[in-house]
Design a protein around this ligand. Structure first.
Ligand code: ATP
Length: 233
């Protein structure tokens, strides 16, 4: 399988704190990969380095065969990297549709409208609630809006930072369905989670990150026990 994302020996420091120590991760085209780890393991740091918010001290980030380590953040969206942040960060005063369209900056309006149609067909809740202010939505509904905003440009790779954080079980299931809809379209996904159990159902491979280091990696069947143990750290 050819790779959409390749991270080689990434090192990230915040002052004296080593947040990532020689981390290497890869994601194949149309593959779904989980990065599991406890609070402070370095999950958000890795995602933030891939989108260009954090500059690594050493190592390389490759996307679709190109070295993007020094590429500005805004350009990374344009080349096909979508991102849904931890904590959703939707705009409370905007409607559901306005929130989603806020992610379409940089693509022609007609293309954004076509993509919005696909999103509404695939995730009916977006269609039902499109004119509703986002602050009237539950946490799970807001997470679906945040993912829809991240995919309005139809990225080749979608980065999901803790999509299940703080959600009731019923919404974990619903968000999982949204992720499956994107997988069916061929979107590659790199997802971080502390909650390994529901996340492992959605991916083919997983990495276990602890104290800034990859401790284990492999296909879900081979790594399930180690990944689940990480939930209780
Ligand atoms: P969480 O689930 O709590 O977000 P995480 O696995 O995403 O955890 P990171 O947020 O990447 O972990 O943090 C990794 C380490 O880097 C932690 O020790 C954290 O305290 C530290 N850290 C993160 N951001 C900063 C920052 N801006 N300045 C200094 N230290 C930071």
């Amino acid at each position: 399988m050819s790779e959409i994302l390749r991270i080689d020996d990434l090192v990230v420091n915040y002052g004296g704190i080593e947040a990532l120590r020689s981390v290497s991760v890869n994601v194949g085209k149309a593959e779904s990969v989980l990065l599991v780890g406890a609070n402070g393991a370095g999950k958000s740091t890795l995602i933030n380095t891939i989108i260009g918010l954090v500059q690594p001290r050493a190592g390389k980030v490759w996307f679709d065969g190109a070295d993007i380590t020094a590429m500005p953040c805004a350009e990374r969206g344009r080349i096909g990297i979508g991102y849904s942040p931890e904590g959703r960060r939707i705009f409370n005063s905007l409607t559901v549709e306005e929130n989603i369209m806020a992610g379409s900056f940089g693509i022609p309006a007609r293309e954004a409208a076509r993509n919005l149609d696909w999103i509404m067909d695939t995730f009916p809740i977006v269609k039902e609630r499109r004119k509703q202010p986002a602050n009237q939505m539950s946490g799970g509904q807001q997470q679906i809006v945040a993912i829809a905003r991240a995919v309005i440009c139809m990225p080749k790779l979608l980065l999901l930072d803790e999509p299940f954080l703080g959600l009731a079980p019923v919404w974990i299931g619903q968000v999982g369905q949204v992720i499956r809809g994107l997988q069916a379209r061929g979107t590659a996904i790199l997802m971080t989670e502390q909650m390994a159990r529901p996340a492992l159902k959605l991916v083919e491979r997983a990495y276990v990150l602890r104290s800034g280091e990859i401790r284990r990696s492999g296909p879900v069947e081979a790594i399930r026990e180690v990944a689940l143990a990480e939930e209780y750290l």
